[in-house]
Design a protein around this ligand. Structure first.
Ligand SMILES: *[C@@H]1O[C@H](CO)[C@@H](O)[C@H](O)[C@H]1NC(C)=O
Ligand SMILES: *[C@@H]1O[C@H](CO)[C@@H](O)[C@H](O)[C@H]1NC(C)=O
Ligand SMILES: *[C@@H]1O[C@H](CO)[C@@H](O)[C@H](O)[C@H]1NC(C)=O
Ligand SMILES: *[C@@H]1O[C@H](CO)[C@@H](O)[C@H](O)[C@H]1NC(C)=O
Ligand SMILES: *[C@@H]1O[C@H](CO)[C@@H](O)[C@H](O)[C@H]1NC(C)=O
Length: 380
């Protein structure tokens, strides 16, 4: 009785001290997604450092001088040609780890791209819920064990890529916009079940000796508080404990809608930090260096006073970093730029021409040269 009273009295004091996550947040991730780099190099692409008289250097050396300390790598289950598959990703992870970069693994749970518009399950996986969940769990475990056996320590593991609409469609489809709102919660039961299976695969790997990575949930539109609150609320309602994930990951792009403002990003991150007391990161962002309407109508930037230009790339990223760093309790944990070295896919999914951090010279196609822009220094 006495002990119980003491504990009750002690509790508010303990929970009022927001130090638990500060130690984790002390390291600030300044990362680039370099998932395509090996394919490019195998096709003959090279990178030149314009700050060193055009010396040919690996892309990561140039980006490392520009402040990068972490590399994000996506992983696909059984991709055509092996690109972004296990062996491919192990090769890149070994290389970047040996150079001192933290490694962040981004599971897509697919043989190719997964995002809010598509989550195609691996062709060889079962198509009913329980066998699918079991396969997912084993796949996560086996993959993490493979990294451990290759000598790679994973700092962050994201279970799914931009999973606003779930994973492994159609079974794992979910939508927060099914009205009225409480109905939506029911729509999350398969997703919660599948996600918990993936999470159990992480525990299985830890049991098999893998050091515990930070487990991330990654959603797009990091500026939309309604989306994030509904989404995470629905997962919790469906039995995913808040202890199941360690860090929030959000995408934040300027050209998919004018509501992606800095104000909205700040409000969303700060509110979630107060509600969940967990670290948060912006794990995908970029800003066009060139957007001239040559191929598509020019999309309006969500921060229109920032020009589509190399200085604009620097300004946008600097502002995003500053918003993340100002999240309460030091919970803003990092920023990752998406695919800055993708010389032959420079639009990076936007309607603009070019959002990468190198000037691509195609004059000797298919041999491509990337000349570093000033924006390679965006993490300096
Ligand atoms: C880019 O180049 C690589 C290497 O030549 C090639 O494998 C890949 O298909 C190309 N990608 C695009 C988007 O053109
Ligand atoms: C580096 O190469 C670019 C593109 O060819 C050229 O414009 C620039 O003058 C070169 N810089 C040096 C220092 O050679
Ligand atoms: C969720 O709702 C969508 C839209 O109404 C529907 O297509 C889908 O089948 C539902 N999913 C589940 C798992 O109930
Ligand atoms: C924000 O997300 C909610 C929930 O998905 C959606 O209904 C709303 O349209 C989004 N806001 C904007 C401006 O797109
Ligand atoms: C180029 O990148 C976009 C994503 O931004 C992707 O959808 C597309 O498939 C890529 N192109 C190739 C050929 O890989």
């Amino acid at each position: 009785m006495r002990l119980h009273t003491l504990l009750c009295l002690a509790l508010p004091v303990v929970s009022a001290i927001p130090t638990a996550d500060n130690s984790q947040a002390a390291f600030f991730y300044r990362g680039h997604d370099l998932s395509s780099l090996l394919t490019l190099e195998e096709g003959g692409a090279t990178y030149k450092d314009t700050e060193r008289n055009n010396e040919t250097r690996p892309a990561e050396a140039i980006l490392g001088d520009g402040g990068m300390n972490s590399v994000r790598l996506r992983i696909w289950v059984n991709p055509v040609g092996g690109t972004n598959g296990l062996e491919y990703t192990l090769d890149l992870a070994k290389r970047f780890q040996s150079e001192g970069y933290k490694i962040y693994l981004d599971f897509h749970f697919s043989d190719s791209w997964a995002d809010p518009n598509k989550q195609p399950p691996p062709a060889a996986w079962p198509t009913t819920l329980e066998p699918l969940a079991a396969t997912l769990r084993t796949y996560v475990k086996d993959t993490l064990v493979s990294f451990k056996e290759a000598g790679i320590t994973l700092d962050i593991v994201a279970l799914g890529n931009e999973i606003r609409h779930g994973i492994l469609w159609p079974l794992g489809y979910a939508d927060v916009d099914v009205e009225p709102w409480p109905k939506t919660v029911a729509n999350f039961s398969n997703l919660a079940y599948l996600w918990k299976s993936a999470r159990a695969g992480v525990d299985d790997a830890i049991y098999a000796g893998v050091p515990k990575p930070q487990v991330m949930i990654h959603i797009d539109d990091g500026w939309n508080l309604t989306l994030q609150q509904r989404w995470f609320g629905a997962m919790i309602e469906n039995g995913v404990p808040t202890t199941a994930w360690d860090v929030f990951g959000f995408s934040f792009y300027p050209f998919y809608g004018t509501a992606a403002t800095f104000d909205n990003l700040r409000t969303t991150l700060n509110t979630l930090a107060l509600e969940y007391r967990k670290p948060l990161q912006v794990v995908e962002t970029d800003y066009p260096a060139i957007c001239n309407g040559e191929y598509n109508p020019i999309p309006e930037s969500s921060e229109p006073e920032i020009p589509y230009s190399v200085p604009g790339q620097l300004e946008w990223t600097e502002d995003v970093i500053s918003i993340v760093k100002q999240v309460p309790f030091g919970l803003g944990q990092g920023v990752h730029y998406w695919e800055p070295a993708w010389l032959n896919n420079t639009s990076l999914g936007s309607d603009c021409n070019d959002a990468i951090l190198f000037d691509a010279d195609y004059s000797n196609w298919p041999q491509t040269i990337g000349y570093s822009r000033k924006s390679v220094n965006l993490f300096k």
